[in-house]
Design a protein around this ligand. Sequence first.
Ligand SMILES: [Cu+2]
Length: 152
Amino acid sequence: MSIRRLNSNNLHLAAIVALVIIIVASQAHAAGLAVSNGWIRKLPANLPAAGYFDLHNGGNKAVSLNAASSPACGMLMLHKSENIGGMEHMAGVASVDVAPGATLKFAPRGYHLMCMNPGPALQIGAKVPVTLDFADGTKITTDFAVRNAAGK
Ligand SMILES: [Cu+2]
């Protein structure tokens, strides 16, 4: 075996090792988070539109959702609705924690996303990308279905 052949093999091995490290690192980074059933309730007259989804933390550490964004929404905020003395209130929240193994549902009358300035891409029947940003730097982008006020 020549020296040149040996070097080439070593480079090949190094490339495979590097690739494996990249794959393992990116999987650890995503930490078993899963977003499902994402949809946005489009209202008439471009009123702010609420977004809902299920967030499952399949990892072994708590995660903290810090922010959300979408090119279809001028600003996408984390909100929580609460019933206080029979009145529905909603307010912005800075972050939402999900315990290991837990599924948190963003659903009507609870946590939701608020699309403050719906853009032209927010059309009933369309799908729009939504990116969720977590405290550890993880970002997950999923398509959300745009439905009408009745949720259809
Ligand atoms: Cu809201």
